[in-house]
Design a protein around this ligand. Structure first.
Ligand code: MN
Length: 285
């Protein structure tokens, strides 16, 4: 299933080029009482409500996708976990270019030495963007990434059990201000975490190491890679992350970007495409 969020707080099932309102399948979960849970209640319910979602969708009127505004597919991620330098050739380009590493040794080490990092949830924006350049005095880069959405509460999960914890996948742009500061600081500006266009449930992507991904800027290819080249695979990343913190339904995991990162400026149009998920077009403002 392709599950989106759209319009004024609606949840949709996407089929071909139409969306059907399936919000009623989640009605009982949407009247939360303070304090609200730390996890995303809709993502937590996805696995067990597949039949209900399809029943509700069968009664809904299809609305063409181009007539709706898509929102961030996960409304309330408790945290955004992200992998740095998780493609070999991207690590090499970071080591080779002073504009990328700023002489900071911590920017040039391997993922297993430096671990993962967190991005602020306030940096999230939907697939229609825009990405608003927050520091035009600096270089601002695009990073296309396969993004994992966690579906179950898990801690110390093994690599063998890791994919069973996944609710689904989406396309992510880990936008980045270049500079010497810590990653989480430079990657947490408002609108610097783009997610969309929807969450594709895990059953439709049995092997997340088999996806090609591509990002163009103004029609020109900048990043083109394949997830089989991830240094730490999706199961390894989930196991690694969960060895440090409990993962909750709705937690978002950016899996790292391949080589080809480059600068974007106001007015540019980024298109990001990943096999089996789809495509997003995001304007830079
Ligand atoms: Mn990244």
């Amino acid at each position: 299933m392709k599950i989106c969020r759209y319009g004024e707080g609606l949840i949709g099932l996407v089929d071909e080029s139409a969306v059907r309102d399936v919000t009623p399948a989640f009605d009982d979960l949407l009247k939360g009482q303070y304090p609200f849970p730390r996890h995303d209640v809709v993502v937590a319910a996805l696995a067990e409500r597949g039949d209900l979602i399809r029943e509700v969708a069968a009664r809904a009127v299809p609305v063409p996708l181009d007539q709706v505004t898509l929102n961030v597919p996960v409304a309330n991620p408790g945290k955004i976990v992200a992998a740095p330098v998780n493609y070999r050739r991207h690590l090499q380009e970071v080591r080779d270019q002073i504009e990328l590493n700023h002489g900071n040794e911590a920017h040039m080490r391997e993922i297993r030495e430096i671990g993962l990092f967190l991005k602020a949830t306030s940096s999230l924006t939907g697939p229609d963007g825009p990405v608003v350049i927050g520091r035009p005095d600096r270089r601002n880069d695009h990073e296309i990434e396969l993004v994992v959405v966690i579906g179950r509460t898990c801690k110390n999960v093994s690599e063998a059990d890791a994919l069973a914890q996944v609710a689904g996948y989406t396309i992510g742009l880990d936008m980045t201000v270049r500079g010497p500061e810590d990653r989480s600081f430079r990657k947490s500006l408002d609108s610097y975490s783009v997610l969309g266009p929807w969450l594709v449930t895990a059953d439709e992507i049995p092997d997340p190491s088999s996806l090609s991904l591509e990002l163009t800027v103004n029609g020109e290819t900048r990043q083109k890679a394949h997830t089989q080249d991830l240094v730490m695979s999706v199961p390894e990343l989930i196991a690694y992350a969960s060895s440090f913190y409990t993962l909750y339904p709705g937690d978002v995991l950016f899996t790292g970007t391949p080589e080809g990162v480059s600068e974007v400026k106001a007015g540019d149009l980024m298109r990001a495409r990943i096999d089996a998920i789809g495509e997003i077009s995001v304007r830079v403002a």
